[in-house]
Design a protein around this ligand. Structure first.
Ligand SMILES: *Cc1c(COP(=O)(O)O)cnc(C)c1O
Length: 399
């Protein structure tokens, strides 16, 4: 059954469609699988986690979570507008707003729901989103891609293309430019000044899931940019550098109040646990207090890049903790990932549709959970693997 021409009309046809898709995904080396980590797995050799600062293992964050559970119990028990919003959430939101230098912060259960929730509200209001092509799936879902009639996409970080797409929008529409502080699969960054200049009389939203806590002079991600006050909305997650889970939307009073009226992911979903808010606050305080976290991460990024350059590996143009090795074919990316796994390194292959076709990659991430010597060991292992595999060498090396 061709999915474009015929829709399944009964359960048996649904099963046939599912079976044929799963078969095809296996054939193309695109089948995804869930693999469970064990609690004793060595994080030193995990090169795929977004726990950049190692805060998921930090004694103060753990202690705050534990104390929070003693104080509050395990769950919030209701959505934020009912009785799920506690002083733990409120204090966290206020401390974040002050640190970011914004009027208001709202808390969401995940970065995915924050992006989708905010964008649904703005699109319903009639704004026309113009998104960077490499934006995250949650942004695509928020703007209802590909069903939305009113939507433009510009080439990744290409502001001439952004201007060209903008000029083609109907005159009676307010553009909403959407991009990311640090791109999740490439590790490169948007140019905040260029985006602020481009927004003109429209609005600008940035997702800084991978920048908050890590990039910028004070670890405030895009908020460390001098033009941050010009960004209308910033979203970010507590699941990455903060080492916990949950997310924020940072904006002004009017937009925040409007989201409280209509963001469905906020209104109709149980608030995250108050103890979790306490843990996130502990992570925030650690990030604010200890600037050495960022310099230790930078040391790892630089060591990684030096090693990769010595092996002439085809890395993406990234200065962040996300360092993609562009392999190209799905099969070869999986082969390298498996060979590294056989030597004890977790380095996950990222394939389409998460990344564009023909750009399968190993997305390495650096973290304070890794020792410097683990990074050196990783490259000794990569060198060994490539020495014994000409096809992989051709795929991974710059000629
Ligand atoms: C991880 C990620 C999200 C989702 O955040 P979660 O809190 O994990 O749901 C959103 N945007 C980007 C760019 C991300 O990388």
């Amino acid at each position: 059954m061709d999915k474009n021409t015929e829709m399944p009309q009964n359960a048996q046809q649904v099963r046939e469609v599912l079976a044929s898709r799963l078969h095809m995904q296996s054939e193309k080396q695109l089948r995804r699988t869930l693999t469970a980590q064990t609690s004793v797995q060595d994080r030193n050799y995990n090169f795929s986690s977004n726990d950049y600062l190692g805060l998921s293992q930090h004694p103060e964050v753990i202690a705050a979570f534990q104390k929070g559970i003693s104080d509050w119990g395990t769950g919030a028990g209701a959505s934020p507008l009912v009785t799920g919003y506690t002083t733990a959430h409120q204090t966290l939101a206020e401390e974040l707003a002050e640190w970011f230098g914004v009027e208001r912060v709202l808390l969401f259960n995940s970065g995915f729901s924050a992006n989708q929730g905010v964008l649904q509200v703005l699109c319903k209001l009639g704004l026309t989103p113009i998104i960077d092509k490499l934006c995250h799936a949650s942004i695509y879902d928020g703007v209802n891609y590909p069903s939305s009639q009113r939507l433009a996409r510009f080439q990744h970080n290409n502001y001439a293309d952004l201007a060209a797409k903008q000029s083609k929008l109907p005159a009676n529409t307010c553009p909403l430019i959407v991009s990311e502080g640090v791109f999740s699969m490439d590790g490169d960054s948007a140019d905040v000044s260029a985006l602020v200049a481009a927004k003109n009389t429209g609005m600008l939203m940035l997702d800084d899931a991978h920048g908050i806590g890590v990039t910028g002079a004070r670890g405030r991600g895009v908020f460390d940019h001098p033009q941050a006050p010009e960004i209308d909305i910033v979203t970010g997650t507590f699941g990455k550098a903060f080492g916990v889970a949950g997310a924020f939307v940072a904006t002004d009073h009017q937009i925040a109040d409007s989201l409280v009226q209509s963001a469905r992911h906020l209104i109709y979903s149980t608030a995250f646990a108050p103890a979790q808010a306490d843990a996130i606050r502990a992570a925030l305080n650690t990030i604010k207090r200890d600037q050495s976290l960022q310099s230790a991460l930078t040391e790892r990024i630089q060591l990684f890049k030096r090693n990769a350059a010595a092996l002439k590996l085809r890395l993406g143009a990234s200065d962040t903790a996300i360092q993609p090795l562009l392999v190209g074919s799905n099969t070869l990316a999986l082969r390298l990932s498996q060979a590294l796994a056989d030597s004890g390194f977790q380095c996950i292959a990222i394939r389409p549709p998460t990344v564009p076709k023909g750009t399968a990659r190993i997305r390495f991430t650096l973290s304070l959970n890794q020792s410097l010597s683990a990074i050196n060991q990783l490259f000794a292992t990569i060198a060994d693997i490539l020495d014994n595999d000409q096809e992989l060498t051709d795929a991974c090396r710059i000629r």
